[in-house]
Ligand binder design. Structure first.
Ligand SMILES: Cc1cc2nc3c(=O)[nH]c(=O)nc-3n(C[C@H](O)[C@H](O)[C@H](O)COP(=O)(O)OP(=O)(O)OC[C@H]3O[C@@H](n4cnc5c(N)ncnc54)[C@H](O)[C@@H]3O)c2cc1C
Length: 393
């Protein structure tokens, strides 16, 4: 081992979407990596997620784009409809015109499917070691590396530490110490149906978003069309914390009961909802300390209204691997270069996601203004509005 820890692996805390893609991106550049995951197995729960063209640009750089697209569903358009009147607010085509503008597709997939692609890439790379059942309690940085303590007391030594431990990151707690995440007051209920459980007249190949006062409801197919994803979001201050817990159907009906029959009929199909209390944080610009940095939700947790959390984590991973490759003997400089390349982009997504949430949930005059702002846009005008996000990084 050299004085700067070069013989040791990079330690990645958290084997979610961000941790695994970071591990693979680093291994491809020839760096050994150990991923420490608290769960007994590397597995992803949850439901569908949308993937903008920017994630595919990043994935092409690590050779995973085509694999991810195998099980993903290619919607033909994004549609926003008024949840009370049924009126079409706007339609954004996602086919040839979209591809011509952005060069990469828009797709929807199951969180488990993207996680599986990343996990398979890691499992088949000889430089990646996956350690389940490894909950990280603490760490200490020295001049030539980092020591991690697991809950059980075991110590793991590495060259540097990348905290990919999500919204409630312990690693962030030590290097930024900005307290608990901000509870937004927005709640998401999610469910996935089999294709045959969706009534024929309600099944739709596109991403449909029903925008209502303080609510929205989204649905789209998943996994080559074999599944159907439903997400119902509403405002409630009843909850302060909760992730993937069972949702209360009565609360759902209080918010969606008077909406369009298509929405009500679709919601009636669900027996069990899973609930997420949606949280984010204020953007920060300094999420690295020496040989320790953060990635994904640990660095910049965001609301889901721009559908970008997994996309941003994937972009982070590619940038991080590039910066480490550029200065492997000066990891603090590499980590600083990585955060400097990322914080304005991720901060913009964090802030704009809040704005989009208000936009989706508008009522009264604000909803009318939304209609007038969006209804007559050409597809190219709509694409230009998303250029800052989909053209990057
Ligand atoms: C309702 C909803 C809809 C969404 N929709 C989209 C979308 O359409 N498009 C999109 O791109 N994104 C979407 N997202 C966001 C996306 O799911 C997340 O941003 C992404 O999964 C973050 O990945 P991560 O790896 O940073 O964190 P996580 O997925 O939270 O992974 C963190 C991992 O760290 C592990 N861990 C935590 N603490 C420790 C510890 N102390 N020791 C060891 N391991 C630990 C956890 O077990 C977990 O495996 C959505 C999110 C929500 C809630």
């Amino acid at each position: 081992m050299s004085a700067n820890g070069a013989g040791l692996p990079f330690l990645i805390v958290g084997g979610g979407i961000g941790g695994l893609v970071a591990a693979y991106a680093l291994a491809r550049q020839g760096f050994p990596v150990t991923v420490l995951e608290q769960s007994a197995e590397f597995r992803e729960v949850g439901a569908g997620i949308q993937l903008g063209p920017n994630i595919f640009r990043a994935l092409e750089k690590v050779g995973l784009k085509d694999e991810l697209l195998i099980d993903a569903w290619p919607p033909g358009k994004l549609e926003m409809r008024d949840a009370l009147t049924g009126e079409m607010v706007t339609t954004i085509p996602l086919g040839a015109r979209f591809m011509k503008r952005f060069h990469y597709p828009y797709a929807v997939t199951h969180r488990a499917d993207i996680h599986r692609v990343y996990l398979h890439a890691c499992r088949t790379h000889e430089l990646v070691t996956l350690k389940p059942d490894s909950r990280v309690a603490d760490f200490k940085e020295t001049d030539d590396g980092v020591t991690i303590w697991l809950d059980e007391g075991e110590q793991v030594r590495g060259r540097a530490l990348i905290g990919c431990d999500g919204l409630w990151s312990r690693i962030r707690g030590k290097i930024i110490a900005d307290g608990a995440p901000r509870v937004s007051g927005h709640i998401a209920y999610r469910a996935v149906l089999k294709r045959e459980e969706v009534p024929e007249d309600l099944w739709h190949p596109d991403v449909i978003l029903w925008a209502g006062p303080h609510t929205h409801f989204v649905h789209y197919p998943l996994r080559r069309g074999t599944l159907y994803n439903l997400v119902a979001v509403f405002h409630s201050n009843r909850y302060v914390e909760g992730w993937n817990t069972r949702g209360d159907p009565e609360e759902l009906w209080r918010h969606f009961g008077g909406q369009r029959p298509e929405i009500v009929r679709m919601l009636e199909r669900i027996e069990t909802w899973r609930m997420w209390v949606l949280c984010d944080r204020e953007p920060v610009k300094d999420w690295s300390r020496g040989r320790v940095t953060l990635l994904g939700d640990a660095a910049h947790p965001m609301l889901q209204y721009l559908a970008q959390g997994a996309c941003m984590a994937t972009e982070d991973a590619v940038t991080l691997a590039d910066k480490i490759t550029a200065t492997p003997d000066d990891l603090p400089a590499a980590f600083k270069a990585y955060q400097d390349a990322r914080y304005l982009r991720t901060g913009r997504v964090q802030l704009m996601a809040r704005v989009y949430g208000q936009f989706y949930h508008a009522e009264g005059v604000a909803a009318e203004l939304r209609y007038h702002a969006l209804h007559d846009r050409t597809p190219e005008q709509a694409y230009d509005g998303m250029g800052w996000l989909y053209d990057g990084p």
